[in-house]
Design a protein around this ligand. Structure first.
Ligand SMILES: N[C@@H](CCC(=O)N[C@@H](CS)C(=O)NCC(=O)O)C(=O)O
Length: 208
């Protein structure tokens, strides 16, 4: 298996899941800063020009979209215990993955980091960023309010959803310099204490 990733991108969540599973895998760097995601070599792997993408090594096309990759890795490696066993627990994991990757990631963070994606007018960028920061506060506030777990987001325990929550928390605190509500702040700290998270961050050259 080979993970296509960029240091510090959302792909770090899948990197963490692979480290938690502990089976051999390869990493392949996609230099987003150099627009490598738009070059023919990577477009042949993922025509959507995004990371993460996971080459399963079976000759099929690479698996894309964070929730799909996370659910696959959780289900294909039951011994790692990264996905609840019951259907409702699995649906709760997908519910969290979808909110984090489909709402929080684009509308709180892509808007902040790349306002040009959301407006053609440069003079609008500060407003786009301001709106994204307000979204971040609102989205994290909501996750805090509906938190049903203890240390981890699901009451069933640690899961692939925690690895997704980690990357947006990490961006908010370490990249933007903002603070998190108490349960999410404790979650970020608990994630940073996990050996798999430490290894993934170290391999990507990021501060633990
Ligand atoms: N829907 C995709 C989004 C992935 C995504 O936006 N990845 C960003 C990095 S965090 C990316 O590859 N950006 C490159 C680009 O948009 O050109 C998923 O959930 O996997």
């Amino acid at each position: 298996m080979k993970l296509y990733y960029a240091p510090g991108a959302c792909s770090v969540g899948i990197h963490i899941i692979l480290e938690e599973i502990g089976k051999p895998y390869e990493l392949s760097l996609v230099a987003l800063k150099e627009q490598a995601q738009t070059k023919p070599e990577y477009m042949a792997v993922n025509p959507k020009s995004k990371v993460p993408a996971l080459d399963l090594g079976d000759g099929s096309r690479a698996l894309t979209e964070f929730p799909a990759i996370a659910m696959y890795l959780g289900a294909a490696n039951p011994e790692a215990g990264l996905l609840p066993k019951d259907p409702l627990g699995q649906a709760r994991a997908l519910e969290a993955l979808d909110y984090i990757t489909g709402t929080v990631h684009p509308h709180a963070f892509t808007r902040q980091f790349r306002p040009n994606v959301y407006s053609l007018r440069e003079e609008d960028y500060p407003k786009v960023v301001e709106q994204a920061q307000a979204n971040a506060a609102k989205f994290f506030g909501l996750v805090e309010k509906i938190w049903a777990g203890d240390t981890w987001i699901l009451p069933q325990g640690y899961s692939v959803a925690d690895a997704a929550l980690f990357f947006v928390e990490y961006w908010h605190v370490r990249r933007v310099g903002q603070t998190l509500p108490p349960k999410l702040d404790a979650h970020l700290k608990a994630m940073l204490a996990r050996p798999a998270v430490k290894r993934a961050l170290e391999q990507e050259g990021l501060a633990a």
